[in-house]
Design a protein around this ligand. Structure first.
Ligand code: FAD
Length: 372
């Protein structure tokens, strides 16, 4: 490994790859260090693959701004690069009066965020989704689905083309402040390795709080402590019954179990989110009843109890504990903590995949200010 470089990024998930594809300009030495044998094996390969529109969060959240921009950029890059996506739209459904009230406030929030939402009459809902039932509904036409693996392959290819060195099986386990910037210590197949970098970008996803701590940041005091949530998906044995993503009114943690479609339009339900203490991707059907009793199932009468079975599990790191409100992304240059050149990305939960190209632009502007 070269001894002194301009930029080092820790973590080759969708966000680290997107940043690598932006900051690798001529004349810069850029390294992307990833502990696994390939990219995207943690949060980024286990998502719902939804291109979110930016409905849920307050207008002044960075999350909202980057989601709105990311939504536009993802469609643009899909068109020019061949990354598969479908602008299938998303329909939010209420199945009773109290859900209808919550649906209205979600609609108002989306309108406040500048989205082209459309309330649907019963007939309009029936025309768009003949197999779906609901008492009130609205359509988000800019929501869609993407092939997240193809998106990561695209960022990976762009990063490599611009000369970024992507180094796998290299786990960062130490960060020392030195006069030139940071000495990054890592474990690789040959044992220990190290490099010195002027700029260090922490995109370690589930472990981004630990990486911040390695640089000497008190994560509790900084508000960087991450909580783990597990997400479960169930496959549905039924084809061509819906055309759009079908969402309930959101629950307290996450968007609530909804109808996901993949790029082949295969149908699955999820994610069911709950807090956990450790990372575990094993599968069982102990929470099947929660799926069967979920709000969205009331709008999907064609799915019976025997039509669903566990498909996959994921883990997402969030900055809010049980019962706390959803928090914003943290993307921060830590110069005022005595760490100039160190940029933390913490709590990049959903819609981080959608926002990834916009996050890359945001971080690359910070990097330019540091290096120029
Ligand atoms: C269940 C679920 C559903 C989701 N659905 C959607 C959706 O529909 N739409 C959407 O826009 N977003 C969605 N998201 C959010 C999205 O997936 C994440 O925001 C995004 O993948 C985060 O990417 P990342 O690169 O920050 O993290 P990750 O993908 O977790 O990548 C971090 C990388 O860092 C590496 N790493 C960690 N520690 C070290 C170390 N010490 N040294 C070297 N490497 C290290 C890891 O191996 C990993 O590859 C969902 C997330 C989950 C979990």
């Amino acid at each position: 490994m070269t001894d002194t470089v301009d930029i080092t990024i820790i973590g080759a998930g969708a966000v680290g790859l997107a940043i690598a594809s932006r900051v690798g300009v001529a004349g810069r030495d850029v390294y992307l260090l990833e502990k696994k044998e390939t990219f995207g094996l943690e949060q980024s390969s286990r998502s719902s693959e939804v291109i979110h529109a930016g409905i849920y969060y307050p207008a002044d959240y960075l999350k909202t701004r980057l989601c709105l921009e990311g939504n536009r950029l993802i469609y643009e890059l899909c068109e020019t690069s061949g990354v598969p996506c479908i602008r299938c739209g998303k329909i939010f459904i209420a199945t009773n009066n109290s859900e209808a009230e919550a649906l209205e406030s979600l609609y108002d929030n989306g309108i406040n965020n500048g989205l082209p939402l459309k309330r649907l009459s019963r007939n309009e809902l029936l025309r768009l989704e003949p197999n779906v039932e609901g008492t009130a509904a609205f359509l988000s036409p800019t929501s869609g689905i993407m092939d997240s693996h193809a998106l990561m392959r695209y960022f990976n290819g762009k990063a490599r083309e611009s000369g970024v060195q992507i180094v796998y099986k290299t786990k960062v386990n130490g960060i020392e402040k030195v006069p030139e910037g940071y000495r990054v210590l890592a474990e690789d197949p040959s044992g220990e390795t190290a490099l010195t970098t002027r700029v260090l970008v922490n995109c370690a996803g589930l472990y981004s709080d630990s990486i911040a701590a390695l640089a000497g940041i008190d994560t509790d005091e900084a508000g960087y402590r991450l909580y783990l949530t597990r997400a479960e998906y169930y496959r549905v044995d039924s084809k061509n019954m819906v055309n759009s993503l079908i969402y309930p009114v959101p629950s307290t943690l996450g968007p609530g179990i909804h109808v996901c479609l993949d790029i082949e339009r295969r149908l699955r339900l999820g994610p069911l989110f709950y807090y956990v203490d450790e990372i575990d991707f094993s599968l069982d059907d102990s929470r099947k009843s929660e799926f069967l009793q979920s709000s969205v199932m009331k709008s999907l009468p064609f799915i019976g109890p025997d039509d669903i079975e566990p498909e996959s599990a994921a883990v997402m790191a969030v900055l809010y504990g049980e019962g706390e409100p959803v928090s914003d992304f943290i993307i921060r240059h830590e110069h005022d903590r005595g760490l100039p050149g160190f940029i933390n990305l913490i709590g990049i939960d959903s819609p981080g995949l959608t926002a990834s190209p916009a996050i890359a632009g945001y971080v690359s502007r910070i990097v330019d200010e540091i290096l120029n």
